[in-house]
Design a protein around this ligand. Structure first.
Ligand code: SF4
Length: 498
């Protein structure tokens, strides 16, 4: 498909819209100066500025021999230029493109013209400007053609996010500990995770060095007066490690950091086939307050097909063990749109998960990432329609609402089926704080381990700086002194804002 830009240079934004409306279609961008519109598929976008402080946006879409156009005029401030002007042009072109596409295909994307990963920010901006929740939702529908359901979801999540974020202080920080090992590779995963059995020889050294990195990071946090609010041990699958190794890491955290302000301590147990009572005891003794047990689906055939070597029965067992061990805050992750799943099948998964009554449930939309085996193994897997996935998400939301869960965290990812969202639901008081902090970039996240990325946030401002650790465990071990050396950047960053 050809994309023509006329009178503007919003190539990135127009490409993102083309991708949302025509997923998977390669887009070749051209300036209209290069020649007129061809006879085959194209999207033509034009901005014209008028003398009366108005712009007109025109979009013509040609697809499969049908050509439709839509236009709108928007008022801009006198002499407006730069970022604000571009935003007005982008939204006007987006709305015109949406209407032109709808005339051809009848398709109305539930997220309208929103292509960004954080639509909740738009809801929060409206709420903090003083709009009542229903007005904020209506405005999202009007400005961005977002469906009523998605607009209300955004506002609901935005209200809770705002309450949680507002408690963060300029010297707040969180700690992320990366355990990039898994017992086997799930078909849809493009995360850099390593087979724990193949890496067994490296593990003792990895844990030893990571404890050293935790100690150094703790010293830095104390020296900088950072107040640690959440800890997240994630992966991979942290419970791929032994109970002893988990204990060692968690004792090291206790020794190295001041935990007086800690509001949440999560261990992402992840795969039920790695969970044992001994490990759960180690995690709870280590100080964790929250655990995540992730079934993704409770359909055994699908679990097998996606390469997760566990059964639904193991999910129930792991959950019961976690309760017996004393966990009062358990999250469960699900995926909507797994190959072979249907709205009816997903509904059964919801029955099962709700019967366990966890404190939080996170529903992800399947993302087709380029390096995942689901994509690289070729056709035959992709049979879930985006419309069905949207039905699954809607059912989840309505059933969770009835059961007392509220959406508190929402983001969109590239390449999800139908461009649909990931949403965290929780019972009041059980929201996953770290999830919000990392997504919102609320405060500094100190990160340790292979593949970890420290995100530094300016104490009284918006500047973000990243410090990367090596991705692979063998690099992490082999070049560990460089990892410690890079920690200097944390001090330098805070010194530059003192
Ligand atoms: S458990 Fe998670 S990180 Fe590990 S392979 Fe599966 S999806 Fe990837």
């Amino acid at each position: 498909m050809k994309l023509f830009l006329d009178g503007h240079d919003l190539e990135y934004e127009m490409r993102a819209l083309c991708f949302a409306f025509f997923p998977g279609e390669p887009v070749e961008c051209q300036n209209t100066a290069a020649g007129g519109c061809p006879d085959d598929d194209f999207v033509y976008t034009k901005i014209k500025r008028h003398a009366d402080n108005k712009i007109s946006a025109l979009v013509c879409v040609s697809k499969g021999g049908v050509r439709k156009c839509a236009a709108e005029r928007v008022r801009v401030k006198p002499n407006e230029r730069g970022h604000e002007f571009d935003i007005q042009c982008e939204f006007a072109l987006g709305r015109a493109m949406y209407r032109a596409v709808a005339k051809i295909t009848g398709f109305r994307h539930p997220w309208g013209i929103l292509t960004g990963i954080r639509p909740v920010k738009l809801a929060r901006a409206r709420l903090s400007a003083g709009m009542a929740p229903d007005m904020a939702a209506k405005d999202l529908q009007k400005q961005f053609y977002t469906s009523k359901e998605k607009a209300e979801l955004c506002v609901e999540a935005g209200i809770l996010e705002e309450q949680i974020i507002s408690l963060s202080q300029p010297n707040s920080a969180s700690l992320y500990i990366s355990i990039p090992f898994c017992p086997s590779r799930c078909l849809y995963c493009s995360f850099i995770s390593h087979d724990v059995e193949k890496m067994a020889k490296l593990l003792p050294e990895y844990v030893r060095l990571m404890c050293e990195e935790i100690e150094k990071t703790g010293e830095l946090a104390t020296e900088l007066g950072l107040r640690l609010e959440t800890i997240y041990i994630g992966g991979g699958t942290p419970t791929s490690l032994s109970a002893r190794q988990l204990s060692d890491i968690m004792s090291c955290v206790k020794k190295s950091f001041k935990l007086d302000w800690l509001r949440e301590y999560t261990v992402e147990a992840g795969r039920p086939d790695t969970i044992t009572r001994e490990k759960l005891d180690a995690i709870i003794d280590g100080g964790a307050t929250r655990i995540s047990i992730n079934p993704q689906t409770l359909n055994d055939d699908i679990l097998r097909a996606i390469g997760r070597n566990h059964t639904s029965a193991q999910v129930f067992e792991a959950f019961a063990q976690a309760r017996q061990a004393g966990f009062k805050s358990i999250n469960m992750d699900l995926i909507a749109g797994l190959p072979g799943d249907t709205p009816q099948g997903f509904s059964k998964t919801l029955d099962g998960v709700l019967s366990l009554d966890p404190e939080a449930i996170t529903v992800h939309t399947l993302a087709m990432k380029r390096s995942s085996r689901l994509v690289t193994s070729g056709g035959g897997y992709y049979d879930a329609e985006a419309r069905d996935v949207n039905l699954m998400l809607s059912e989840a939301r309505s059933r969770f609402k009835t059961a007392g869960y509220r959406p508190y965290y929402l983001y969109r990812q590239k390449n999800t089926l139908g461009g649909l969202e990931n949403v965290g639901f929780a019972k009041p008081g059980f929201e996953g704080l770290y999830n919000i902090f990392i997504m919102d970039e609320t405060h500094t996240i100190l990160a340790v381990g292979a593949g970890a990325v420290t995100k530094l946030r300016q104490p009284h401002g918006d500047k973000i700086e990243r410090v990367f650790n090596f991705k692979y465990p063998y690099e992490y071990i082999g070049r560990f002194s460089e990892i410690l050396d890079r920690k200097k950047k944390v001090k330098e960053f805070y010194a530059s804002y003192n």
